[in-house]
Design a protein around this ligand. Structure first.
Ligand code: ATP
Length: 321
């Protein structure tokens, strides 16, 4: 497994650090019986999330495990090892995991507030440019931290970003591989196994690599996370998904060839559109990294205010929380 040493001793007979590592993994092992599960918050592609209690309010994501032989325990433990390395204001707090099959669960702090998806697509809340910038800055901060830790999110999207009193909390990072290992061929969606609302976050190199059931081997990278961030930025500004209401085949074909959602009807300054175009660059090497994005975003509001103090703030319903 990549980078982390939780199972090196048992896999490679390396006895240098076995005790410390097995102990540190145990620290994160939560016996299933200690968890209290209350109502279901929601069911996603790979698991069901419950409101629960474990020394206080928590969210418990119980992974759907279809059969014992599909349980990728090593991969799951690797994801847990990845999770425990994350401590950042803008990332959900990982508290531990149940690691005994068939009960595999991830326990995190319970996010209050709503996801950006709920704000934007369900409640149709409007985000002003300034508010969007503040949200995007916090996403960049959290993502920059993840990347500095060598962690690729792989599933950055508005459904995985909560807004709690104006504070961004990113969830679901790193879980993609383990869940795909279990469900690779069983995803609901069309014949390519593409769930609705996922495609528009996929960079061209991912779209080109899509073949039926190939999602396990998709070439995710820091740059594919940046592409996904671009889509979140677009949703914040426009209140809808790019390539809205186009069939998956059309989106894959266009994105794979380098066609981008047109910004002609978008009411935004050049700088704001430039960020979008950079994040959506066809070549992954041309996409900025998150520290760079953060710097660019931090310069935006000042520029806007200096240029146009009377810029109309069209708010039908505030997305403030
Ligand atoms: P997908 O499986 O495609 O990622 P999803 O994001 O809706 O879709 P889950 O991540 O399984 O699926 O989440 C299910 C529900 O639980 C969602 O409504 C999500 O907002 C909610 N949820 C997830 N994590 C937390 C958390 N830490 N606190 C509160 N609610 C959460």
């Amino acid at each position: 497994p990549r980078g982390d040493s939780f199972d090196l001793s048992h896999k490679h007979g390396d006895s240098r650090w076995p005790r410390q590592n097995s102990l540190s993994m145990k620290e994160w092992d939560i016996p299933y019986d200690e968890l209290k599960l209350f109502e279901v918050i929601g069911t996603g592609r790979f698991g069901t999330v419950y409101r629960g209690s474990w020394h206080g309010a928590v969210a418990v994501k119980l992974l759907h495990v279809l059969s014992d032989d599909c349980v990728p325990l090593d991969t799951f433990k690797h994801e847990v090892a990845t999770f425990r390395k994350t401590r950042h204001e803008n990332l959900v707090l990982f508290m531990g995991a149940c690691m005994k099959p068939p009960r595999l669960a991830i326990v995190t702090s319970l996010c209050k507030g709503m996801t950006l998806y709920t704000h934007i697509h369900l409640r149709k809340d409007k985000f002003t440019a300034n508010k969007s910038v503040l949200v995007a800055q916090q996403i960049s901060q959290g993502m920059g931290y993840l990347h500095a830790r060598g962690i690729i999110h792989k599933d950055l999207k508005t459904k995985n970003i909560f807004l709690e009193n104006g504070k961004v909390v990113i969830t679901d990072f790193g879980l993609f591989s383990v869940t795909k290992l279990c469900f690779g061929n069983n995803l609901r969606g069309d014949s390519l196994g593409i769930p609705a609302g996922w495609l528009c976050y996929l960079a061209p190199e991912l779209c080109r690599a899509l073949t039926p059931h190939a999602s396990l081997h998709l070439p995710f990278s820091k740059a594919t996370d940046v592409y996904a961030f671009g889509t979140v930025w677009y949703e914040l500004l426009c209140g809808e998904y790019p390539f809205k209401s186009q069939p998956p085949e059309a989106v894959i074909w266009q994105v794979g060839k380098g066609v981008k959602q047109s910004l002609a009807n978008m009411q935004a300054s050049r700088d704001i559109k430039d960020i979008l175009m950079l994040c959506w660059s066809y070549r992954s090497s041309e996409r900025p990294d998150f520290p760079h994005l953060l710097t660019t975003l931090q310069k935006l509001p000042r520029k806007r205010l200096a240029r146009s103090p009377s810029h109309p703030v069209h708010l039908s319903r505030s997305a403030d929380s």
